[in-house]
Ligand binder design. Structure first.
Ligand code: AQP
Length: 337
C-alpha cells in the first residue's frame, strides 16, 4: 500500500474575486506547511463549474488562482501546483465515492443549503455532490492534512466519514488515512466588510464587502475606511466581542495581518475609536496584500509560464494519484487494471 507520513492537499476555486478571506483562511497557511509536509495545491476548476462559469473567464481565473498561490510563496518546483481537471482520476474516484457516501450525509451539508438557496430544484446535481468530489481530491493522494477556512470544516468531517466507510466496505483498514483539517490563525472565518454576520465571499454582489487580492492600494484603504462599524468604542476585553461582529472582524484581520494574538490586538486598541483601528489596518493590509497582487499581475501577464507550471504539476500529481487509483479499482472489483 502506498502511504506517506504527512501529505497536505488543499484547493481554491477559480470563481473570480479571490479575496482576503481566501488568503488568510487558506492560501497563507499553504506557505508555512511547505517546510514540514509534502504539499499539493490545486486550483479546483471542476468544483467551480458546479455553478455555471463563462469558459473564457474560467481559464483566466484558473491562472489567477495559480498565480496567487505562487505570489503568496508556494514553491511549484519543490511542491505541486496544478489544476484539478488535468488529473482525470479526481473525477474517477469521485464517482466511486458517490457510491460510498450516503444521501443522508449530504443532506446535512449546510453549504449546499446556503448556495442552493430557496430554489433547490434548480441547483446543479454537481453542487449537491461537490463534497464527494472534495473527498476524492484529498483521498486520491492519501493526504493526511488539509488547510482550510472554518467554512470547510463540515466537508472535511464528511471526507473522514467517506474514507472510513470505504475502508470498512472494502475490508481495507487504514487504506485511506482519515484527513485532519488544519484551521488555524485568528482569521479562519473572515467576515464581509459590509455585514459582520456574513462570510466574506467571492459571490457577494457588493464589491465593498471584500478586499480582493488584486485590489490597488487606494481601493484596499477605501474599502477598510468604508467598512461597517457599530457606534461604540472598541472593546476592552474579548468578553465584549460576542454581539459586536464588525469589531471582532476588524480586530481579527489586524491580528492576522500583523501575526499577533487577538488578545494582544484587543489590548492595543482597547477603548479607541474605530477610525484609529481602520487607519492602521489599512496601512498593514496595503503593505501585505498589494505586493502579492502586483506579483500576481506579473505572473498572469505571462500565461504560457503559468500553463507550463500547471501542466508540470498535473503530471507529478498523476504520478502519485494513479497507483492509488489503481488500488481503488482493484479493491472495488473493476476488471482491467
Ligand atoms: N471568508 C473566509 N474566511 C476564511 N477562509 C475562507 N475561505 C473562503 N472564504 C473564507 C477559504 O478559502 C478556501 C478556498 O475557498 P473556495 O474558493 O474553494 O470556496 P468558497 O468557500 O466557496 O469561497 P467563497 O469566497 O466563499 O465563494 P462563494 O462566494 O462562492 O461562496 C477554502 O479553504 C475556504 O475555507
Amino acid at each position: 500500500m502506498t502511504q506517506v507520513k504527512a501529505r497536505v492537499l488543499s484547493g481554491v476555486q477559480p470563481t473570480g474575486n479571490l479575496h482576503l478571506g481566501n488568503y488568510l483562511g487558506a492560501i497563507r497557511n499553504f506557505v508555512g506547511l511547505q517546510q514540514t509536509h509534502e504539499c499539493l495545491y490545486c486550483v479546483v476548476d471542476m468544483h467551480a463549474i458546479t455553478v455555471f462559469q463563462d469558459p473564457v473567464e474560467l481559464a483566466a481565473n484558473t491562472r489567477e488562482v495559480a498565480a496567487a498561490f505562487i505570489a503568496a510563496g508556494v514553491d511549484p518546483k519543490n511542491h505541486i501546483v496544478f489544476n484539478q481537471a488535468q488529473v482525470s482520476q479526481h473525477a474517477e474516484l469521485a464517482w466511486v465515492l458517490n457510491c460510498v457516501a450516503r444521501m443522508g450525509w449530504l443532506n446535512r451539508m449546510t453549504q449546499f443549503k446556503e448556495k442552493a438557496g430557496k430554489d433547490r430544484e434548480k441547483a446543479s446535481v454537481g453542487l449537491y455532490v461537490y463534497p464527494n468530489l472534495m473527498a476524492a481530491d484529498i483521498l486520491l493522494y492519501k493526504a493526511t492534512h488539509v488547510p482550510v477556512g472554518e467554512d470547510q470544516k463540515q466537508h472535511l468531517e464528511l471526507a473522514r466519514d467517506i474514507a472510513q466507510k470505504f475502508n470498512n466496505d472494502f475490508n481495507a483498514p487504514e487504506f485511506f488515512p482519515l484527513p485532519e483539517p488544519i484551521i488555524q490563525g485568528p482569521a479562519t472565518r473572515v467576515m464581509s466588510l459590509r455585514d459582520g454576520s456574513k462570510k466574506m465571499s467571492k459571490s457577494d454582489p457588493s464589491d465593498l464587502s471584500r478586499i480582493t487580492m488584486t485590489d490597488q492600494a487606494d481601493d484596499i484603504a477605501r474599502k477598510i475606511r468604508k467598512a461597517k462599524t457599530d457606534p461604540d468604542a472598541l472593546p476592552e476585553t474579548a468578553d465584549e466581542l460576542p454581539g459586536r461582529p464588525e469589531a471582532a472582524n476588524l480586530l481579527g484581520l489586524f491580528a492576522a495581518l500583523t501575526d499577533q494574538q487577538l488578545s494582544a490586538v484587543i489590548g492595543q486598541f482597547a477603548g479607541a475609536q474605530f477610525s484609529v483601528l481602520k487607519e492602521q489596518l489599512a496601512e498593514v493590509a496595503v503593505e501585505k496584500i498589494a505586493p502579492i497582487g502586483a506579483e500576481m499581475k506579473r505572473l498572469t501577464d505571462d500565461p504560457a509560464t503559468i500553463d507550463a507550471i500547471l501542466a508540470d504539476g498535473a503530471a507529478r500529481a498523476r504520478a502519485i494519484a494513479e497507483p492509488i487509483m489503481a488500488e481503488v479499482r482493484q479493491r472495488v472489483g473493476f476488471l482491467g487494471n
